[in-house]
Design a protein around this ligand. Structure first.
Ligand SMILES: [Zn+2]
Ligand SMILES: [Zn+2]
Length: 358
């Protein structure tokens, strides 16, 4: 890299308030050294969290492909849910207007419980949230029923740290179907249990709200994911019971599940890799639309510490818009973002050449 570019990068390096160490003297060294320094500094914007940083030293051992042990209870329940959701599609045109609004709001709020809650707050610690927001997010998360926050975050940290190995719960090397839903229908690979069990989860164990949700998860999810969304349209505006159950509950739940799963399947298989061509995750606009901002997945795996999970803020990213609104009213703070210089350095070092500036 020419000297004037190094100068540009070092001078345009914008720190956030969370960065404690100033750029080191390595700036005068060769380009490689500078890029490494900037990336290292980038990681320090969130010094308390290291469990979601990719560990390339962990690789699968040679051996036969893993044996599939089916979990029939999950297969039957997932099958019934999707049949119910398909029937729900046929009922959509005859729903009452308020039922459409209700189902859509329930979709958006439960999706936020995953993206802004389980994902960006609790798995990655990319921002901090005050109690009222954490209360909202834990309720929204329970509405989404994707396992409790503690389990979701443990699986997700393992997904980042041991990406594309057998210790990654939805290892995309095992194909679209496995990374989409198949991983929930079979017993976990022993490596998931072994490596996942070693992850540091002390931050979540210390958070009373997360542990409270875990303790009362079964009755809470029955109420928030199934009973409440069915009863409200039925009681409050006289919707028929089948419309309430099949549209507002089963169809809405299946849509949120599949939108989230597409991040693990489609966004690990289809799209460009402008930030790091050595990892499988990709930038996928369609996934971003459905998963309210989680489709910038090559960026997200390259910089899991960024609260926007994207280089950009509000473009196709309702979750970031939501977190920024919460910050505006003082309920979210300490949002971590990468500096432009760190991003450009990473693009130059490991990108696939598809990056378009501006
Ligand atoms: Zn993530
Ligand atoms: Zn991923």
């Amino acid at each position: 890299m020419p000297a004037h570019m190094l100068q540009e990068i070092s001078s345009s390096y914008t720190t956030t308030t969370t960065i404690t160490a100033p750029p080191s003297g390595g700036l005068q060294n060769r380009g490689e050294k500078l890029e490494k320094t900037i990336d290292d500094l980038g990681e320090e914007i969130r010094p308390e969290m290291k469990e979601d940083i990719h560990d390339p030293t962990y690789q699968d051992e040679e051996g036969p492909p893993p044996k599939l042990e089916y979990v029939w209870r999950n297969i039957i329940l997932m099958g019934l849910l999707h049949l119910g959701a398909l029937y729900g599609i046929t009922l959509v045109p005859t729903c009452k207007f308020y039922t459409w609004i209700w189902a859509y709001m329930y979709y958006v709020v439960s999706a936020l419980g995953i993206t802004a809650g389980a994902h960006r707050l609790w798995s990655h610690r990319t921002y901090k949230a005050r109690l009222p927001l954490r209360l909202f997010l834990i309720i929204a998360n329970t509405m989404a029923f994707q396992n409790d926050v503690y389990e979701w975050a443990r699986d997700h940290r393992a997904h980042h740290k041991f990406s594309e190995t057998h210790a990654d719960p939805h290892n995309s090397r095992r194909g679209f179907f496995f990374s989409h839903v198949g991983w929930l229908l079979v017993r976990k690979h022993p490596a998931v249990k072994e490596k996942g069990g070693l992850l540091d989860m002390s931050d979540l164990k210390a958070e009373k709200l997360v542990m409270f949700q875990r303790r009362y998860y079964k009755p809470a999810l029955l109420l928030m994911c199934f009973v409440l969304p069915t009863l409200v349209p039925w009681y409050c505006w006289g919707e028929t019971f089948p419309h309430s159950l099949f549209v507002a509950t089963l169809l809405r739940y299946a849509v949120v599940l599949n939108a989230t799963w597409l991040v693990n399947s489609a966004a690990h298989l289809y799209g460009y890799r402008p930030y790091d061509k050595n990892i499988s995750s990709r930038e996928n606009i369609l996934v971003s639309l459905g998963a309210v901002g989680e489709g910038f997945h090559n960026y997200h795996h390259s910089f899991p510490q960024d609260y926007s999970a994207s280089e950009y803020r509000w473009s196709l990213n309702f979750t970031t818009f939501f977190i920024d609104c919460m910050a505006a009213i003082g309920l979210a703070y300490d949002r971590k973002t990468m500096s432009k210089a760190a991003i450009l350095a990473r693009i130059k070092r490991t990108g696939d050449g598809s990056y378009k500036s501006g």
